[in-house]
Write a protein that binds this ligand. Structure first.
Ligand code: ZN
Length: 310
C-alpha cells in the first residue's frame, strides 16, 4: 500500500514564531497529544542559544518530559556543534542541521555564510555521524526563493546538496521558507536533486505563505517525494512575511493523502482535536486551516460544529 511520512514540525517551526513564551507544561502537552494522533516523527524544538530564540530556553526540560514517548522519532534543530553536543547529552537521537542556500538569508538568520555553516556541519558529522545511535538530517532553507535574493537557481540548490552529501548526510529536506515555490519549481528542483543524488532521501518542507503548499505537496509526491514536513494548525510563519500563513498544515496534508488512499498513519479526528486544543492554548495564533474550520466530511462521522451539522 502507498504511504507517506508526515513530519510534525509545529512544536519547533510553529512555536519559534510566537513571541510570547509558551509555558513548558503546555509544550509538553502539545507534543504528547500530537504523538497520540499517530504521528511518526516530530521536531520538538531547537537547541539554540536562549538569547537567540527565548522560546526554546526550556528545551532540556521538554526533552526530558517526552523522550520516553514510543512509536515516534523525536528530533531537534541544532544550529552548531554546541547545540549538537547539548542535544546529544539530553538523549535526543535525531538532529536537524539547517542553513540557507541563499547567502543573504543565512547571514541574517544564523549570522554565518553558507560556507561557514558547512564547516559547522562537518564538525557535527565528525562528532556524530559515525555514532550509530544518531541520525542527522539537513534542511536547506530558502531552496525555492529568498526574501533578500529573490529567485534561487536550481544549480545553487544542487551545489548545496553536493556539499551536504559529501559530508555523509543521507537525508536532506528542501525548504520553501518564505513561500516562493510553485509546482513547476518543485518539479524542477526535486527532479534535478533526485537525478544527481539518487543515494539521498529527499524531504519537502512547504509553507503556505501564498496558498500553494498543498499544490506543491502533490507535485512533490507525484515525482516521488515521500517525506513531508507540516505543522498542526498550520502554525508558523516567517518574520519576512508578517501577515502570511504558516507551514503546510498537518491536518490538510494528511487529509489530502488519506482522501487519495495514501496512508499517513495519522488519526485525523484526533488531530483536529489537537488543533482545537492549540486554538484554546495559544490564543495569540489563528488556526487558519480550511479543514479545521470546516471539519471532516460526514463520511468520517465527525462534524466540527455540531449545530451546523444538524
Ligand atoms: Zn518552516
Amino acid at each position: 500500500m502507498e504511504k507517506v511520512k508526515i513530519i510534525e514540525v509545529g512544536p519547533r517551526d510553529g512555536l519559534q514564531n510566537i513571541d510570547s513564551f509558551v509555558p513548558t507544561d503546555k509544550k509538553i502537552q502539545i507534543i504528547k497529544r500530537l504523538a497520540a494522533c499517530g504521528i511518526k516523527e516530530m521536531q520538538i524544538g531547537s537547541f539554540v542559544a536562549p538569547q537567540a530564540i527565548p522560546q526554546f530556553k526550556d528545551i532540556v526540560e521538554v526533552v526530558k518530559a517526552v523522550n520516553a514517548l514510543r512509536d515516534v522519532v523525536l528530533s531537534v534543530l541544532v544550529p552548531n556543534i554546541r547545540g549538537a553536543e547539548n542535544a546529544a547529552s539530553s538523549g535526543i537521537r535525531k538532529f536537524i542541521f539547517f542553513f540557507s542556500v541563499s547567502h543573504a538569508h543565512n547571514c541574517c538568520n544564523v549570522r554565518q555564510t553558507p560556507e561557514e555553516s558547512i564547516e559547522e556541519l562537518k564538525q557535527i558529522c565528525r562528532a556524530y555521524l559515525c555514532d550509530s545511535g544518531i541520525t542527522l538530517q539537513v534542511a536547506l532553507a530558502t531552496a525555492f526563493g529568498c526574501p533578500f535574493e529573490g529567485n534561487i537557481k536550481t544549480d545553487a540548490v544542487l551545489r548545496a546538496v553536493d556539499k551536504v552529501a559529501a559530508c555523509g548526510v543521507k537525508e536532506i529536506t528542501l525548504c520553501d521558507t518564505v513561500g516562493f515555490g510553485n509546482p513547476k519549481m518543485v518539479e524542477e528542483k526535486f527532479s534535478a536533486s533526485q537525478k544527481h543524488f539518487p543515494e539521498i532521501s529527499f524531504g519537502a518542507h512547504f509553507h503556505n505563505t501564498r496558498g500553494l503548499a498543498l499544490a506543491n505537496t502533490l507535485r512533490a509526491y507525484d515525482i516521488g517525494i515521500r517525506s513531508f514536513d507540516a505543522a498542526a494548525g498550520g502554525l508558523g510563519g516567517c518574520p519576512y512575511a508578517p501577515k502570511s500563513s504558516g507551514n503546510a498544515s498537518t491536518e490538510e496534508t494528511a487529509f489530502l493523502f488519506e482522501e487519495m488512499g495514501i496512508k499517513t498513519g495519522i488519526n485525523l479526528k484526533k488531530l483536529l482535536g489537537v488543533c482545537q486544543f492549540l486554538q484554546e492554548t495559544l490564543p495569540q495564533v489563528k488556526i487558519a486551516s480550511s479543514l479545521f474550520q470546516a471539519g471532516l466530511p460526514q463520511k468520517h462521522k465527525f462534524v466540527a460544529d455540531n449545530k451546523r451539522g444538524k
